[in-house]
Design a protein around this ligand. Structure first.
Ligand SMILES: [Zn+2]
Ligand SMILES: [Zn+2]
Length: 77
């Protein structure tokens, strides 16, 4: 599994500038899972979304490599 974490700004809950955006990429055979997590180290605020390549076409995101919360592009090498 590959992962990348960046600090992206202020927490919407406690306003402390310690909100982390985490991007995970997981592949197994034909299945690809990309998950995004925003998490605050101060107050525990957390939200996550996961995109799976075997989800129905209607549920596929425009681009799973872009964070649905902050809009940044994942940067896995
Ligand atoms: Zn917070
Ligand atoms: Zn983000």
């Amino acid at each position: 599994m590959a992962r990348e974490i960046q600090t992206v700004g202020n927490c919407p809950k406690c306003q402390v500038e310690n909100l982390q955006c985490r991007y995970n990429q997981f592949e197994k055979d034909d299945l690809q899972i990309r998950s995004w997590e925003h998490k605050c180290a101060e107050c525990g605020y957390r939200e996550t979304t996961a995109f799976r390549s075997d989800d129905p076409v209607e549920e596929q995101p425009v681009d799973a490599g872009v964070c649905p919360y902050c809009g940044r592009r994942g940067n896995l090498s």
